[in-house]
Design a protein around this ligand. Structure first.
Ligand code: UT7
Length: 337
């Protein structure tokens, strides 16, 4: 059976830095509250003209260059996002012509903060089945245009940022698991009974009204995300622990075998608790939340690019990733870089 490997990565964040102090000028919050509760110091926001596929394009171009391939080799495009350019069609369709590609399948993945790992799993399965050979997977989000930036929305608004990260995943032959770069496994989970613990209600056909959104819905703020923060937090720690341990067990690996832990970045305290619980040394956990906040589907590929630049992620490194988010959805993966 074929295997798949990540052969290149890229990222892009908008230039505009929004600090906690900037937020405290538009809502009732403080730098200290945000840092103490989440670890976030700043995040990036786009300007009005930029779309999610614009962000994705830059990250993809860097990933293609980093992979050393010609873009004509890409035979499938996967786009993970919850903040698309438009309601439909999917964002991969908007991105495809910007990349100068045509005809190849353009597939969207939702799955929120787990979107990138769900995408990795889909890419891995496509490659293993022999259906595609070279897949471009991008996670990109523009949250800044969808947040309630008044005091009412402060619990959510301070956490999220804009950004994009991409990888090229390609078919490979693995002759030596201890050396060859490849994806060992992906594990995906969901618990839809908690769908409304972190969600955006409108626009939607589930509102029990004749339209997907009304002026009344907008006045009620249904177009903004709402969250039961404590419930999400507690489940994130528990589920990420569980799926990480399952990934290790499946691959007959021990925590000590892992060179780098690249977790989703929703709250620095979530990752610290996870590391504490599993006794993972702090220096093996790579965090970016301080600079970028939670960029949802873009988070893990942004972490990959940043970890490479920081010299923490090197050819041959054994990496474990885990994510948790709205849905609830959660996922893990182990891969050799
Ligand atoms: O990937 C999945 C996405 N999301 C997550 O994983 C997030 C998970 N949850 C969390 O990260 C945390 O629950 C938060 C950071 C959102 C909140 O931290 P918390 O320690 O759970 O605080 P809390 O919600 O219990 O709020 C404590 C207080 C409240 O005031 P009262 O009721 O105690 O007077 C909030 O109104 O803090 C208030 N508060 C704020 N104060 C200043 C909530 N948001 C803010 C804010 N600035 N931005």
């Amino acid at each position: 059976m074929y295997s798949s490997e990540i052969i290149g990565c890229g990222m892009y964040v908008p230039e505009k830095v929004v600090t906690n102090h900037d937020l405290s000028k538009i809502m009732d919050t403080t730098h200290d509250w945000i840092v103490q509760r989440s670890g976030i110091e700043e995040r990036r926001w786009v300007n009005d003209e930029t779309s999610t596929s614009d962000l994705a394009l830059v990250a993809c171009e860097e990933a293609i260059k980093n992979a050393g391939i010609d873009k004509s080799e890409i035979d499938c495009l996967l786009f993970a996002t919850i903040s698309p350019d438009h309601d439909f069609p999917g964002n991969a369709c908007f991105l495809q012509p910007k990349l100068g590609l045509t005809d190849i399948p353009a597939i969207d993945i939702r799955q929120q903060c787990s979107g990138f790992l769900y995408g990795m799993s889909v890419a891995d399965a496509f490659i293993k089945s022999g259906q595609y050979k070279t897949i471009l997977l991008v996670g990109a989000e523009i949250h800044s245009k969808g947040l309630d930036k008044s005091t009412k929305g402060r619990d959510v608004a301070v956490l999220f940022g804009d950004g994009a990260g991409a990888v090229v995943i390609r078919r490979t032959d693995v002759t030596d698991k201890t050396k060859n770069s490849h994806i060992f496994s992906t594990h995906l989970f969901a618990e839809g009974s908690n769908a409304k613990a972190l969600w955006t209600a409108a626009p939607g056909s589930g509102l029990g009204t004749s339209q997907r959104i009304s002026m009344q819905d907008i006045e009620n703020g249904l177009q903004y995300p709402s969250m039961n923060g404590k419930k999400v937090f507690a489940n994130a720690v528990r589920r990420m622990c569980e799926c990480l341990m399952l990934a290790l067990e499946t691959n007959h690996l021990k925590l000590e075998d892992i060179d780098l832990f690249l977790f989703h970045q929703a709250n620095l305290r979530i990752n610290q608790m996870l590391a504490q619980e599993l006794k993972i040394p702090e220096e093996k956990v790579f965090n970016t939340i301080m600079k970028y906040g939670n960029t949802t589907a873009a988070t893990i590929p942004i972490g990959m690019s940043e970890a490479v630049k920081a010299g923490k992620l090197k050819k041959g490194s054994l990496v474990a990733s885990a994510a948790f988010g709205s849905g609830f959805t959660w996922a893990s993966s182990i891969y050799r870089w």
